[in-house]
Design a protein around this ligand. Structure first.
Ligand code: SF4
Ligand code: SF4
Length: 357
């Protein structure tokens, strides 16, 4: 035993100041104004008179070592050796001289990294983890996002939209993901298929029963073994039972579909934050390029670009013209499934801040 206190092992996010461009560190919190000289470039001026140009480029999301080295070489040769990644996995290079901006953009474009994603563009799609990092996804994330961004390349490198457009994807129905101007989310359409031989060995049955938001799961003995059963009339196919109990398989190549939601936003600029609403469902989950999704997303963007007023986000635009007009303009079919008439939530869904186990 020593008298030295046991110190914590720091394993979280490292202090970012050590990696920061020296001018950003020097002027931290002391910026006077900024503008955007062209799409993909931000220009910040500090009270001290220092100026910094930031060039933003899109990447293919999951980066291999070769690509990271290539980006670092560009940073060393054309920028000033510092980069940072945005929350949407764009990469940003900082330079202190306007003359360095053009050669940097040319070097990035030559290597296939589009410069854009600022202002009223369609910026990089935010996605959840997908097949590479999560154990429950029904679709991929980074691969399909890269494919979809290939289709939206022109909207990334230009700032032609009425306001910024944030697109999100989510590869299950219950966990990560967020509100988006356009959200592409997995939608399960059949209850889970239970492998009764495995349940007793793998699942803690009371916690699985407690997971179900509509109380559709009951303990049962099947073929002489402890297992679970699902009341399929109650089941809303949410998939919440699958993570704690993998033998309750919900992912299915045919019945796990995609749904598109429109009009969500987190920002409270000009109007309150909004939840997105379902506009298209039952779309084939067809990775890696999701062609059916791309067609609908491009159609929504085209109509939004033509019809929205300056500075209206997608949700603001739809609120102004009304949902019937939205469906007319986008030619998306409006079906009975768009009407949210489910009342079970009043008595069964978690509607309080209390944690239940
Ligand atoms: S959305 Fe669901 S499946 Fe996708 S990474 Fe998050 S928890 Fe995993
Ligand atoms: S899919 Fe959702 S609603 Fe259906 S049994 Fe599992 S947890 Fe319950």
């Amino acid at each position: 035993m020593t008298d030295q206190p046991r110190m914590p092992i720091e394993s979280g996010v490292p202090d970012h100041f050590q990696y920061m461009h020296p001018l950003l560190m020097k002027n931290y919190g002391h910026w006077a104004w900024h503008d955007r000289p062209r799409p993909g470039v931000l220009h910040h001026v500090a009270h001290s008179g220092d100026e910094v140009w930031t060039v933003k480029a899109g990447t293919q999301r999951q980066l291999d070592v070769g690509t990271i080295r290539k980006l670092c070489d560009i940073a060393d040769q054309y920028a000033e050796g510092h980069v940072r990644f945005t929350i949407r996995s764009n990469i940003e290079f900082m330079v202190s001289n306007a003359k360095k901006v053009k050669p940097l953009i040319e070097a990035l474009t030559k290597e296939g990294f589009p410069v854009g994603g600022t202002g009223n563009s369609v910026t990089m799609i935010a996605h959840t983890q997908g097949w590479l990092h999560c154990d429950i996804p029904a679709s991929d994330a980074s691969g399909v996002v890269k494919s979809l961004m290939d289709e939206l390349h022109d909207e990334f490198v230009n700032e032609d939209m009425p306001n910024r457009v944030h697109i999100t994807t989510s590869c299950c129905q219950i966990n990560c993901g967020g509100q988006g101007d356009i959200a592409i989310n997995i939608q399960h359409t059949k209850p889970p298929k239970i492998n009764h031989d495995l349940v007793a060995n793998v699942c803690e049955r009371p916690s699985v029963v407690a997971r179900c938001p509509v109380a559709a799961i009951r303990p049962a003995i099947v073929n002489g073994k402890p297992s679970l059963e699902v009341d399929e009339k109650k089941c809303i196919c949410c998939g919440a039972c699958f993570p704690p109990c993998p033998p309750m398989q919900i992912n299915d190549p045919d019945h796990s579909k995609l749904a598109i939601w429109v009009g969500g936003k987190n920002s409270n600029a000009r109007s309150k934050p909004m939840f997105h609403k379902l506009v298209a469902a039952g779309i084939p989950n067809n990775p890696p390029r999701w062609p059916e999704v791309a067609t609908i997303v491009k159609k929504i963007l085209r109509v939004y670009k033509q019809d929205a007023k300056d500075w209206e986000r997608v949700g603001d635009w739809v609120e102004r013209i009304g949902w019937p007009r939205f469906f007319e303009l986008t030619e998306l079919p409006f079906t009975k499934f768009h009407i949210d008439n489910w009342r079970g939530a009043r008595v069964s869904l978690n509607a309080s801040t209390h944690i239940r186990f």
